[in-house]
Design a binder for this molecule. Structure first.
Ligand SMILES: NC(=O)c1ccc[n+]([C@@H]2O[C@H](COP(=O)([O-])OP(=O)(O)OC[C@H]3O[C@@H](n4cnc5c(N)ncnc54)[C@H](O)[C@@H]3O)[C@@H](O)[C@H]2O)c1
Length: 424
């Protein structure tokens, strides 16, 4: 209950300073202030949720013959290392810190060197809220700092959010110290639009699945499979809506798409579009750099959100995670076919389906090999629901009750109520 009170106080301070933290996050990452506010809201909700669970940590009592019994205790792991990506800096830190602290661990958090700011504010807030000194720590740095944390003998667990190649290295380092890891890695998720969907919802869903945070979202549904019967009407509407997305200064109220994280990443995203064209995809809209009118923004890393048509499953833009505002549209004819194609990927983070047929919706998500599935919506993240991947998208879960298992360990105590019967 003491941990719970401290987490609730931290949540209260975040709510109170929402505007200031959201502004800092926009400066940190380049996403629109509109979205940064949503991230901050999800962050304090996460702290409140784990504050609620902190007092519920408990074991089991198991009866044994002759009045003997056993019981289990949920104990903290110790010092947990959190290593974060740059796309949701404050939120990722809260998703890791809240269950870690609720379970009684300490955390050393390393943000991405591209977004060092807001997690420092989080550490200050924790201190103000009454978290004991040294329990939540921030270290800045890049790969070398991350490696140091993973190898450190006092670190008991590593929770990592980032790319698959780094995830592989993290798991290798953790293996050397036999440390448990949570890996939240990349994705190339399918979004399946059946012809019996509510079209406007499906269009909204496809935009939500592709263009939040400049498309730099791990669970994005970037392979949009559309039943051929509605391909034209759906595509036309998606293109029309994509062209209307307001790009520009992320601190302006009406901006809905800010700047990508840095120049190399922008070049990389542009490279994927160039390659898509070479491989036969058609750019239906966007894809070019965007230069805002405001002269002080002219060197910003802005681009126009892009919709690709004429895509096939073997194209690079359909197989690889682009991590930018690029949607690929792929027609399909039957349920069986689309499920097979949707699962034909090394990733398994998320998936979505739009249909009015409730049986079909449940049948399809049951067949999807992905950890986070959506029916008739996409990319909402209630903290009550566990989140994490299948296959190369990683393992372990954040959020929901499930995360408590990944930040605690089980001790079994066997109690003898009779005499010891020795076999010797
Ligand atoms: N599944 C999820 O929840 C989730 C959420 C956000 C982002 N992501 C993924 O993250 C990726 C983009 O983020 P990124 O470019 O920051 O990823 P990244 O793998 O380059 O870096 C992630 C973090 O790891 C650190 N790091 C890099 N090399 C390291 C090493 N050798 N040892 C230890 N730490 C090291 C970085 O400094 C950074 O803090 C995308 O693939 C995206 O899908 C996944």
């Amino acid at each position: 209950m003491e941990r719970s009170r401290v987490l609730l106080e931290a949540a209260r301070i975040i709510r109170e300073q929402r505007e200031e933290i959201a502004t800092l996050e926009t400066i940190n990452n380049g996403k629109s202030i509109f979205e940064a506010r949503v991230d901050i809201d999800i962050s304090w909700q996460c702290l409140e949720y784990y504050a609620g669970l902190a007092g519920s940590l408990a074991g089991e009592h198991i009866q044994l013959p002759g009045g003997s019994f056993g019981y289990t205790r949920r104990e903290p792991l110790g010092v947990c290392a959190g290593i974060g990506a740059w796309n949701y800096p404050f939120q990722v830190a809260c998703w890791k810190a809240a269950p870690a602290l609720a379970c009684g661990n300490a955390m050393v958090f390393k943000p991405s060197p591209f977004t060092p700011l807001t997690v420092v504010r989080l550490a200050e807030i924790f201190t103000e809220a009454g978290v004991p000194k040294g329990l939540f720590n921030v270290v800045q740095g890049g790969a070398a700092t991350g490696q140091f944390l993973c190898h450190h003998p006092d670190v008991a667990k590593i929770s990592f959010t980032g790319s698959v190649p780094t995830g592989i290295k993290i798991m290798g380092m953790a293996a050397k110290g036999i440390k448990p890891v949570t890996l939240e890695l990349g994705g190339k998720s399918p979004l399946i639009i059946f012809s019996d969907c509510a079209l406007e919802n499906a269009v909204n869903g496809a935009l939500m699945a592709n263009f939040l945070t400049q498309g730099e979202v791990c669970c994005n549904g970037t392979r949009v499979f559309v039943e051929r019967k509605i391909l034209d009407v759906f595509t036309k509407e998606v293109v029309k809506r994509t062209q209307k997305i307001k790009i520009g200064d992320p601190l302006l109220e009406d901006t809905r798409m800010g700047a990508l994280i840095n120049r190399p990443h922008l070049d990389r995203v542009q490279g994927f579009i160039k390659q898509a064209k070479e491989q036969g995809a058609e750019v239906l809209c966007g894809g070019d750099l965007y230069v805002p009118d405001d002269p002080k923004l002219k060197n910003g890393y802005y681009m126009q959100p892009c919709v690709l048509g004429n895509c096939t499953d073997d194209m690079t833009c359909v197989k690889e995670e682009i991590f930018g505002p690029v949607m690929s549209i792929l027609p399909f004819d039957t349920e069986e076919e689309v499920v097979e194609r949707a699962n034909n990927t090394k990733f398994g983070l998320a998936g979505g389906v739009f249909t009015r047929d409730i049986q079909k919706a449940h049948r399809v998500v049951a067949a999807l090999k992905a950890g986070m599935c959506f029916i008739n919506n996409y990319n909402i993240s209630p903290v009550e629901l566990p989140f994490g991947g299948y296959k190369a998208s990683g393992f372990g879960r954040e959020n929901g009750r499930a995360a408590m298992e990944y930040y605690s360990q089980l001790k079994t105590v066997c109690v003898e109520m009779g005499d010891v019967e020795s076999v010797f």
